[in-house]
Design a protein around this ligand. Structure first.
Ligand code: ZN
Length: 191
């Protein structure tokens, strides 16, 4: 499994990825097996520190991603956007089917204890602060940071974490780079 795989607007899941994907369960959701094991350890540690973190979304099938995309675009069109405008707007926070890290089983959206959906002000919570500080030790990075929107193509998402493996996560966190920059400058050392 390549945990440094780049999945974005331009790079869909590679052919045959889903067939090779091995999933495990956490909080009733699914994640890639190793990412799941690390996530479990991370959330147990957080709980021990008095911080209850809820998983809002983890692995999504490509079909589900497709439905989510259509629903979101339709919703925007009901609000008065044209189809093209609606798609542009939705694309700021939602990937098309096969272009989401959630389809790869390597991404988790976290929330506060009783949240039922992602929270815009999640960054203020003790859960977000704990993750910001500690996720790297479990191989997770904040995937869409502030001020990197022009590179990632995605708005700041304080809730979306991506599993990249511990070595890369520590480096990415310390360097302040986003995954795209890290892969551009350092991939040869790591891949
Ligand atoms: Zn997400």
């Amino acid at each position: 499994m390549d945990y440094l795989i780049l999945i974005d607007k331009f790079n869909p899941l590679p052919e045959g990825y889903e067939q090779k994907l091995c999933l495990s369960e956490i909080q009733g959701r699914l994640l890639e097996a190793q990412a799941c094991c690390q996530c479990k350890m991370m959330l147990e540690r957080a709980k021990a520190d008095g911080v209850d973190i809820k998983i809002i979304s983890a692995y999504r099938t490509i079909e589900y991603q497709q439905r989510l995309w259509k629903q979101s675009v339709n919703q925007k069109m009901l609000e008065g956007y044209s189809k093209a405008q609606a798609e542009t707007e939705v694309a700021k926070t939602l990937a098309k089917a096969g272009h989401s890290e959630h389809n790869a089983g390597l991404a988790v959206d976290f929330g506060t204890e009783y949240a039922t959906d992602v929270e815009d002000d999640f960054y203020k919570s003790k859960q977000a602060k704990w993750l910001c500080k500690n996720a790297k030790n479990y191989g997770y990075i904040l995937r869409y940071p502030r001020l990197k929107e022009h590179i990632t193509g995605i708005s700041y998402e304080p809730w979306h974490y991506r599993y990249v493996g511990t070595e890369a996560a520590l480096f990415i966190k310390q360097s302040g780079l986003c995954l795209e920059e890290f892969l551009h400058f350092y991939s040869e050392k790591y891949i």
